[in-house]
Write a new protein. Structure first.
Length: 237
């Protein structure tokens, strides 16, 4: 049976191994050339990732407390705030051995809800939205019941399967496979899976009448479940 390289007119391996992009080089060595993580080439590529241009630029914008942009808005603005930066860093090969990454991951894990998923909104951001709506006469009718209940409802409603799946995938890549908080989030995803096999934001009112899975909401949990889990520690006799 032909390999994927045999099917191409020219192999891209030399290009993928260019040292200018240590993240791509690292994953090429590990996943395409099947070298072990203990191989000297893999180690050198991995060690070069934090100093690469894109990773260094992302980390230069991180706040001391571990977040990006607004600490009360980890989801918005999209692709610039905390959730997204951690997802990107994980895809670039960073992990919790870097203290800056560890601080960012802990910041996110502290946002986990009681149901075990992750929400677009924090309580502070939801309260900010409540106050904004209260200042607009046309929107006041939507502010029932009292503030705290409304705020909690908004936070719970925007607990997404796609977001939680993305965070779980990032945490697994970052080395949090044994963390009980990540395991709880994965179990939450299993719990809310649709009968059709897909996933849908379970509490979002926009989907209240929907019975089918969401395409993106399904891809993200599947991506998390496809990640490599660490081998269990053998029980001592």
């Amino acid at each position: 049976m032909s390999s994927w390289q045999d099917l191409l007119q020219d192999s891209p391996i030399a290009w993928l191994l260019e040292k200018e992009n240590p993240s791509v080089r690292y994953f090429t060595l590990r996943d395409l050339l099947d070298l072990s993580i203990g191989d000297s080439q893999v180690k050198v590529a991995k060690e070069a990732i934090p100093a690469s241009n894109i990773v260094a630029k992302i980390l230069s914008k991180q706040k001391t407390e571990g977040y990006w942009e607004d600490p009360n808005s980890p989801y918005l603005p999209k692709y610039k705030s905390t959730y997204w930066q951690v997802m990107i860093l994980a895809q670039l090969g960073m992990d919790k051995s870097d203290k800056r990454v560890q601080k960012a991951c802990e910041f996110i894990l502290n946002l986990q809800l009681d149901e075990d998923g992750f929400s677009m909104y924090t309580r502070e951001k939801a309260l900010e939205k409540y106050e904004w709506m209260r200042s607009r006469t046309a929107l006041k009718e939507e502010l029932q019941p009292e503030p705290e209940t409304w705020v909690q409802s908004l936070v719970t409603e925007h607990q997404y399967s796609c977001l939680t799946g993305n965070i779980c995938a990032a945490m697994l890549r970052m080395g949090y496979g044994r963390d009980p908080r990540v395991m709880k989030a994965l179990k939450w995803l299993v719990k809310i899976q649709n009968r059709d096999g897909g996933w849908l934001c379970p509490y979002w009112k926009a989907h209240i009448k929907d019975t089918h899975g969401c395409f993106y909401g399904t891809i993200c949990p599947l991506e998390a479940f496809s990640e490599r889990f660490p081998k269990p520690i053998a029980h001592q006799k």
